[in-house]
Design a protein. Structure first.
Length: 87
């Protein structure tokens, strides 16, 4: 998944590998994890825009299913998405 993250006027893309059953589960883990970290729905942007007064903002920008080769290569260089433990 690709996120737009930033603080103030600064924005950047970050890419994360996440294993999920489908696109809906990727969205679920994104929202669930960031809300556990103190993010809340942003007053700007779409329904996947979240912000935190201390850590900046994040918005889910793109979800792409990878081939086995793409996953193998990107797994060597990208940070995996840390899913928050469900209670």
């Amino acid at each position: 998944m690709r996120l737009i993250e930033g603080s103030g006027d600064f924005e950047n893309f970050s890419y994360h590998l996440i294993e999920a059953e489908d696109e809906q589960m990727v969205k679920y883990h994104y929202h669930y994890t960031l809300k556990k970290w103190g993010y809340a729905p942003a007053s700007w942007g779409g329904k996947h825009a979240l912000d935190n007064w201390d850590m900046g903002f994040a918005e889910l920008d793109l979800i792409t299913e990878l081939t086995d080769v793409e996953h193998y290569v990107l797994d060597k260089y990208l940070t995996g998405w840390h899913k928050a433990a469900e209670e």
